[in-house]
Design a protein around this ligand. Structure first.
Ligand SMILES: Cc1cc2nc3c(=O)[nH]c(=O)nc-3n(C[C@H](O)[C@H](O)[C@H](O)COP(=O)(O)OP(=O)(O)OC[C@H]3O[C@@H](n4cnc5c(N)ncnc54)[C@H](O)[C@@H]3O)c2cc1C
Length: 301
């Protein structure tokens, strides 16, 4: 369960309060504020705070004095222009602060995105909860035979049962020993900062993560992608929905130019032009490597 009744009550109490402000607010984001969106078996993402909206991006781009005088369609057009031409700084004017609960092995991938501010739950000071990510059977897959960095078909039968049993039993045993080691009941009790080293990487941690919109979109492009591991992708997918509600124009432009678009090399563009003129281009005559050609074919369908 991602939240205890006490934690849910705290969130409800915070959502019951409201404040008057002169600052811009995004109605779509106000709906998400503080609410925990469940991810995986015990994880969540919740928005703690945010700054800016679509208009703030345009305001910064125009360096205007007020909220701007241009129409909504001009705003969307400007945002599409900025996205198309990689003008990143106006997107940096918006920020989001999240509270994320995630397995440690997912956190290790997430923390590689250096352009955010992070504060993590201290397992030196506090005791970690007995919460471990155990994949659902349809996400318990064999090693991929085509991609060293991926997974293939779901495990089945006795093997699936055995793997799930190992994951559960090993996690519980490690946590039993963790509790026993830190206990000061009749013994000195090992320091928490040392006892935690015995815990497996599927234990949950938590952090506050603050990032600007430009770097958030960069994170989403890499982690909401099919090449990203499923367990981080589900967090990115949840964040995509939140971002779409927060800055709908910026998100639509991002979806179009980055998630749905593709970058072509000079050679690929040349091949495309030759094909449009009716020439039959093959990998051998393309000047591209086999890998490049495969990806090019993927792009042009
Ligand atoms: C599918 C996938 C597989 C991956 N596999 C591996 C792997 O096998 N091994 C591995 O180690 N990592 C792996 N990574 C992590 C990857 O290499 C990046 O470290 C991670 O995605 C963060 O990207 P970033 O550096 O662009 O993001 P950020 O750290 O948020 O940086 C954003 C941008 O800021 C700039 N920037 C930030 N810091 C610096 C700096 N110090 N100097 C110069 N420019 C900077 C860069 O332009 C960068 O793109 C993988 C990532 C993905 C998505």
């Amino acid at each position: 369960m991602p939240l205890s009744p006490e934690q849910q009550a705290e969130i409800d109490a915070q959502r019951a309060q409201s404040h008057q402000t002169l600052r811009a607010t995004a109605p779509g984001m106000e709906q998400h504020l503080y609410t925990a969106h469940p991810v995986l078996d015990h994880g969540f993402i919740r928005v703690i705070d945010y700054m800016g909206d679509d208009e703030a991006i345009c305001q910064a781009a125009r360096v205007s004095y007020g909220r701007g005088t241009k129409s909504v369609s001009n705003d969307e057009g400007l945002i599409r222009y900025l996205m198309r031409h990689w003008h990143s700084t106006p997107f940096e004017m918006c920020e989001i602060k999240l509270h994320v609960k995630l397995p440690v092995f997912v956190a290790r991938q997430w923390i590689r995105h250096r352009t955010a501010n992070v504060n993590e739950y201290s397992a030196r000071y506090s005791i970690l909860d007995r919460e471990f990510y155990i994949p659902s059977p349809d996400h318990l897959n064999a090693q991929s035979v085509v991609n060293n960095q991926g997974r293939g078909e779901a495990l089945s039968g006795e093997e699936a049962d055995r793997v799930l049993r190992y994951l559960r039993d090993d996690a519980m045993r490690a946590y039993d020993h963790y509790e026993e080691m830190i206990s000061d009941d009749g013994q000195q009790g090992l320091a928490r900062e040392l006892a935690r080293m015995n815990l497996p990487a599927n234990i949950y941690t938590q952090w506050y993560w603050k990032v600007d919109l430009h770097n958030l979109l960069h994170f989403l492009r890499l982690r909401a992608d099919a090449h990203a591991q499923y367990e981080i992708r589900v967090y990115a997918d949840a964040l995509c929905k939140i971002t779409a509600d927060w800055v709908p124009f910026a998100y639509r432009a991002f979806e179009d130019y980055r998630l749905g678009g593709a970058t072509l090399s000079g050679k690929a563009l040349d091949c495309l032009r030759r094909m449009l003129k009716g020439e039959e281009v093959t990998q051998e005559t393309s000047g591209m490597s086999k890998g490049e050609w495969r990806e090019f074919e993927g792009v042009i369908g």
